[in-house]
Design a protein around this ligand. Structure first.
Ligand code: SF4
Length: 77
């Protein structure tokens, strides 16, 4: 896909594996990459709107993302 925020995804240029930690593993390194990523807002919005269930997106962990998705649904209700 061209012209999309994914073209500037910093994780794709560093260590994509770090964004999918094993159960109980740390998301710290992935979050650090996200903090330096230019497309973090777009990435986070994508993850919330598509309800991504696995991995670190936009600087938040799976659990944090789940809460944001639930909050979005709460707002919409
Ligand atoms: S915010 Fe994080 S997960 Fe999203 S594209 Fe950037 S580095 Fe990757």
């Amino acid at each position: 896909m061209t012209g999309s925020w994914e073209d500037d995804a910093l994780c794709a240029q560093t260590d994509p594996e770090a964004h999918y930690p094993e159960p109980g593993g740390t998301s710290r390194d992935a979050k650090r990459t996200c903090l330096a990523c230019e497309v973090r807002p777009e990435c986070l919005e994508y993850a919330i709107s598509t309800e991504q269930r696995f991995g670190v997106w936009g600087g938040v962990s799976q659990q944090e993302l789940r809460r944001l998705v639930q909050a979005r649904h709460g707002e919409a209700a």
